[in-house]
Design a protein around this ligand. Sequence first.
Ligand SMILES: [Zn+2]
Length: 322
Amino acid sequence: MKRDSVSSMNLTRRDLFRSAGILSGSAFLSAAVPDWAFAFAQGDQLAQMRAGMGATPITSQSLGANITMLAGPGGNVVVQRGTDGKVVIDTFVQPAWNALKAELDKMGNERIATVIDTHWHFDHADNNESFRKAGAAIVAHDNTKKRLTESHELLGAKFPPAPAAALPTQTFAATHKLDANGEQIVLTYIPPAHTDTDISIKFQKANVLHLGDTYFNGMYPFIDVSTGGNINGMITGATASMKLADASTKIVPGHGPLGDLAALTRYRDVLVTVRDRVAKLKKSGQTLQQVVAAAPTKDLDETWGKGFMSPADFLAIVYNTV
Ligand SMILES: [Zn+2]
C-alpha cells in the first residue's frame, strides 16, 4: 500500500487501538495484520494521532471548590488551584497546548507550579516540555522518566526518545507526598498494570482520585504490553485503588467519564471475569484464534467492547499476558 493512500485513510482512535492490539499480539495473529499497520509503523502515524486527538475540543467539569477535570485531546486532566499555584495532572497532546493553556489561564492567574504525569504515554505526557517552559516542575514515577528516554513502537507509531527538556524534574519509586493549596496530594506507584510507569494520585481533602490508564471507565482497557503492562497487574492495581476510595470519592479514569467506587468495582470485576474465562481456555490448549472464535465475552461485549478496544483485541492482550 502506498503512503498517500495510507494517509488518506480516515482512522478513528478505535482503529488505532485495534491495530495496536494486533501489533501487540503474538505470531498467532500475524496473518491478520493488515499491511497498512506496517505502513503506518514506518510513516508519520504519531503526527496523525497527535493531530486527530489535538483537534478534540476541551470540556470542563467541576470536581470541587478548586479542582476541575478537563477532557478531550488526550487522557483526562485534573487541575487543582490556589495560592500555591496550579497543580495539573496529565497534559493532553502537543497540538492542544494553546487550548489547554487558555483553559488554565481562564481559571485564575496563579502560576503553574507542578505537573504530575500519570504514566509515560504521549496522550498524557506530551506537553511536559511546554509546561516546563511555563515554569512547572514535573513529577512522575522513576520508570516514566526511564521510558521517556527510550525509543518505542506503539499503536503503530514510532516514538523517539523525548528531549531532555521534556523529562520529569522529580521522580520517585514507591510513594510521594505533595502539600499544595491546603491539601495533601498522595502519589502511589501501581506495580506493572497498564505500563510499568503507572501511579495513582489522591487529593485527600477533595476526595478525588486520578487513576490514569489503569482505569478505562465503562470499556475494555488498552494494556501496553511493550512497556510491562499485563492483565493481572491491571486487576491487582484496580483492587488496590478501590481501597483508596469510599462511596463519595470522585474517581478520574485515564479515558472515559468521571467514575466512582461502584463503577471502578464493576470495571475490576469485568477484568477478573475476562481473565478467568480466557485463562481457562488457554490452559485447555486453545489457540488465540480458537479463543477469539469462541467469543467467551459475548455477554459483556455489548457494554464493554465499544470503546477503544474491540473484544477480539482485548482478548488477544489478555490471552498473551495471562
Ligand atoms: Zn496510556
